[in-house]
Design a protein around this ligand. Structure first.
Ligand SMILES: Cc1cc2nc3c(=O)[nH]c(=O)nc-3n(C[C@H](O)[C@H](O)[C@H](O)COP(=O)(O)OP(=O)(O)OC[C@H]3O[C@@H](n4cnc5c(N)ncnc54)[C@H](O)[C@@H]3O)c2cc1C
Length: 338
């Protein structure tokens, strides 16, 4: 295993900020993890796992150990007339996996196309898009406990999934290296067209005539119009989560802002659209130096060229302050700031 010292991680994150890691190690197998544990490397503080770096913002050099997840491969572990259980290693690239699964006609992932991360990170924040969340097709997650050197299989229930959240982001943050994920994919796909823009596009069509490939291709077209490709414009997707507030708070705001997006949730709560709130504060398309708000989607912050992580963080704080001032709502970050 190659251990790189003082290693530039700019190409390993989609925000592309100029930072270095004190130590950087590529992990290609569970065996690598076992060796690193035996040799005491995993005791390094701080240490973290990095996938494609599409949900992180480094605000400084990382004075610790970064483990780059590159465990590749996949295999069918069970199959019958109804479903396939597919085990996918954590270093596989997510968008390629979704395309392959959709091409095979297996249902469950088609709404989650073009999310530019790796498989191991998908359970971390329970990735979601277009009315779907990955928890709905996760059977189990196998992880390596970096504190004890042992393996553990988490059932879906044990993952404690929530909105952009899981046990790996909360109670057990930083403890486990996710090694693989088993997905339950349906041979008799049921379309998920609940998301309003999709419903509208497919309105009037018989569900049995619509294929999951058509759904996925449609979502790709919508995404490509609204979300910048990090290879050409550096970003980490939605910077903030959509706030979930008490119904009473949302109703009060809606009296004042009649066109405010409003999504009722369970438990007398309402989800609001962070992008809309940010746009109302006049941030859409605004730029300060090399940091800006994407002009087609106010939820996305972009690094136009040489912004530092600190610049991006400062900019995000200004946005949050104006949303608090105008609406009394604090936006929680979706991107993990390091
Ligand atoms: C253009 C764009 C669009 C996006 N659209 C969406 C979207 O629609 N929906 C959505 O949910 N997200 C979206 N994202 C965010 C991001 O792509 C996802 O959260 C993705 O799952 C992150 O994967 P990653 O491999 O880049 O993780 P990283 O950013 O490398 O890591 C994220 C977190 O997971 C941890 N981690 C990564 N791999 C492992 C592992 N193997 N074991 C343990 N911990 C690990 C890291 O330590 C870190 O805490 C988007 C991002 C971009 C840039």
């Amino acid at each position: 295993m190659l251990i790189s010292e003082n290693f530039c991680i700019k190409p390993f994150t989609t925000f592309g900020v100029e930072v270095r890691a004190q130590q950087f190690i590529v992990v290609s197998s569970i065996g690598d993890l076992q060796d690193l544990f035996k040799e005491g490397f995993l005791k390094t503080e701080p240490r973290m796992v990095l996938g494609r770096g599409s949900n992180v913002l480094f605000t400084d050099h990382y004075e610790g150990l970064i483990l780059s997840c590159q465990i590749r491969g996949k295999e069918i572990v069970e199959e019958n007339d109804d479903y396939v259980l597919l085990k996918v290693n954590s270093g596989e690239y997510w968008p390629g996996l979704v395309d392959e699964i959709v091409e095979k006609g297996l249902g469950g992932m088609e709404n989650l196309c073009l999310i530019p991360g790796k498989v191991g990170a998908a359970p971390i924040q329970n990735i979601g898009a277009y009315g779907a969340e990955i928890k709905d097709v996760i059977e189990s997650v196998e992880a390596f406990d970096m504190t004890t050197g042992t393996g553990k299989i988490f059932t879906k229930k044990e993952c404690d999934f929530g909105y952009r959240s899981s046990i790996f982001k909360t109670k057990e943050k930083g403890r486990y290296f996710i090694v693989n994920v088993i997905f339950r994919l349906s041979k008799k796909p049921k379309l998920n067209l609940a998301y309003a823009p999709l419903k509208e596009i497919f309105q009037g069509r018989k569900e049995e005539e619509i294929t999951i490939k058509e759904v996925s291709e449609t979502i790709k077209k919508i995404r490509n119009k609204k979300i910048p490709d990090p290879d050409s414009l550096k970003n980490a997707g939605s910077f903030f989560k959509n706030p979930v507030v008490k119904k009473k708070t949302a109703d009060k705001l809606r009296q004042q802002y009649k066109d405010m997006p409003y999504y009722p949730q369970t438990g007398n709560k309402v989800k609001l659209a962070a992008g809309w709130l940010i746009e109302q504060c006049g941030w859409k398309g605004k730029r300060i130096g090399d940091v800006g708000v994407y002009d087609k989607q106010a939820l996305i912050l972009v690094n136009y060229d040489n912004a530092s992580g600190k610049d991006i963080l400062q900019f995000s704080k200004k946005i949050n302050a104006s949303v608090i001032k105008k609406f009394g709502i604090h936006l929680e970050r979706e991107v993990i700031v390091i």
